[in-house]
Structures are given as C-alpha cells and as structure tokens.
Design a protein around this ligand. Structure first.
Ligand SMILES: Nc1ncnc2c1ncn2[C@@H]1O[C@H](COP(=O)(O)OP(=O)(O)OP(=O)(O)O)[C@@H](O)[C@H]1O
Length: 268
C-alpha cells in the first residue's frame, strides 16, 4: 500500500541576508496510513520545519516529498491550496493563528467546513463536544483562553476529516486532563497524524516517535523501545547519554558481530 507520507532525501535551507541555516539534511521518512507519530528533539533541531514541509507551507530546498501518491513539490499553488484545504489539518504552534478571532467557536469550525465539500464529516457541535468546548461554542474565538483556543484549533484541523493531521505542540497550553483528552481525540480518530511535542504524555500516546537532532533523524521509538537510525552513508547519531563516553572527534574501532557492530574507543 502507498504510505501516507514519504520523504526522500529532504533538505531545508533557510537563507537570510547574512547566513544560510541548514535546518534539515537528508531526511528519509515513511509514515504508514493510520500511523500516529510524535516528532521529538531539542529546540532548533528542525521539528517544526519538517512539519511545515509536510503541510505544504514550505517547499524543500532539495529532495522529494509525497502525500499518498501526490508529490507535493510538483503541485502548483492552486493545487497545493486545494490539497491543504481538503486533506491536511494543521494546528500551528500559536493557537490564535489558526482562528478567526471575531467569529464564534462554532462558526470557526463551520467556516473551515464550508471551504471543502465532503460527506461523512462530523457536525461542528460534535467536534466541539469532543474537545470539551460545548460551553463556549458561541463565544468569539478571540475571547477564549489560550487552552480553549488550542482545543478549538484542533477541532478546526479535524473539521474536514483530513487524511493527515499535523500539530505543532498541540498541548503546550493545556492542563494534564485536557491535554490528555486532546491527544486521545487525535489518536482515536485513526487519522494519520504527526505531532511535534516536548510532552512525554503525547509521545507515549503515539505508537511511534521520531527524534530529530541537528536536522537529521537520529532515533526512533516503537512500542516503547528506542532505536538509533542508520542514515545515509551509514551515519549514526550517538544518543546524548553516550557523548561523554565518546565525545565528538573520538576515534573508535568498529568491530563486526553477526547481527551488527560494536564501537570501541581507541586509546590514544
Ligand atoms: N524562517 C527562518 N529563517 C531562518 N532560520 C530559521 C527559520 N525558521 C527556523 N530557522 C532555523 O532552523 C533551525 C530549525 O528550526 P525549527 O523551528 O524547525 O526547530 P524546532 O526543532 O522546531 O525547534 P523548537 O522546538 O524550538 O520549535 C533552527 O536553527 C532555526 O533557528
């Protein structure tokens, strides 16, 4: 089956007047239909950049990126807009950016639904019930608390039953109970989802974690077990807990085993 998402050697370079920042280098990633993935990693690692690329909000500097059978980089601006409206739900980091402030919560959801014709989607009221906003459904979005705005942003992102849900820190302004409800909502929908998070509750609720460090996928977690990912040309990123044992620049001997290799520090 065609995967929901495929990245093949994706590179993102931000160019400013003075400098170039290589935010992502050679990202290879496959996300299967229905998978729920958390992007983890230190600040500045490139998590949001990868999310923006998947959302079609940025075009990669190099490499290729598919949503299902559609190669995003080959779409013109209108086709990309259509794809984003119909198939991708996005929750941005600052929840207010997802909302029309003077429209009520329920109007915000129906407005998103009006942009796309689609059968079988949930009524706006149901979505607001699921994210715990029943009581404030008729309040203008701009007057909701930060946490309520974040939940509304999730309801809007889900309004058209997207094929892919992308969320940047969707629980950062929520208390534990509401955060849990939002995560369960995302997970239980069965929609393919990618969530950038620092929140362990979120990463525990997803089946898979992808750790990005220094613009590369360094590790993955599946079923509660952590793995280092071998990248292009055999590169591996040692997990930070081994940096003291093998600091950058260390010389190591690589010794083969039947099912892998061991790295042993060469004494100077
Ligand atoms: N518009 C931009 N122009 C220039 N550099 C940028 C831009 N956006 C991000 N960067 C740089 O790209 C790198 C990756 O940033 P990104 O926001 O993707 O990281 P992140 O892992 O999401 O971090 P955080 O957890 O702090 O949100 C950083 O070095 C950042 O400074």
């Amino acid at each position: 089956m065609t995967p929901a998402v495929r990245c093949d050697g994706v590179v993102q370079i931000y160019k400013t007047k003075e400098i170039e920042v290589v935010a992502l280098r050679d990202i290879d990633l496959v996300i299967e239909e229905g998978e729920s993935v958390a992007f983890l990693g230190p600040s500045g690692a490139g998590k949001s950049t990868l999310l923006w690329l998947l959302a079609g909000l940025l075009r990669p500097s190099a490499g290729r990126l598919w949503l299902g059978d559609t190669e995003i980089g080959k779409l013109g601006p209108r086709a990309l807009d259509r794809l984003r409206a119909a198939d991708i739900g996005v929750v941005l980091q600052n929840p207010a950016r997802n909302l029309i402030p003077y429209a009520t919560a329920v109007q915000n959801v129906t407005f998103a639904q009006r942009a796309v014709r689609r059968r079988g989607r949930r009524p706006a009221g149901d979505l607001l019930d699921r994210v715990g906003l029943t009581a404030v459904r008729d309040k203008p979005a701009g007057r909701l608390s930060g946490g309520e705005q974040q939940r509304l942003a999730v309801a809007i992102a889900l309004a058209n039953r997207p094929r892919l849900l992308l969320a940047d820190e969707p629980t950062s302004q929520l208390d534990a109970v509401t955060g849990q409800a939002v995560i369960e909502l995302i997970r239980d929908l069965g929609t393919t989802s990618v969530v950038v998070t620092h929140d362990v509750r979120v990463s525990e609720a997803t089946g898979r974690t992808v750790t990005i460090r220094d613009g590369r996928i360094g590790a993955e977690g599946r079923g509660g077990e952590d793995f280092v990912v071998v990248g292009r040309e055999g590169a591996v990123q040692l997990p930070p807990e081994y940096h003291e044992l093998l600091p950058p620049g260390s010389m190591v001997r690589v010794e083969p085993l039947p099912d892998g290799v061991v790295l042993r520090r060469a004494e100077p």
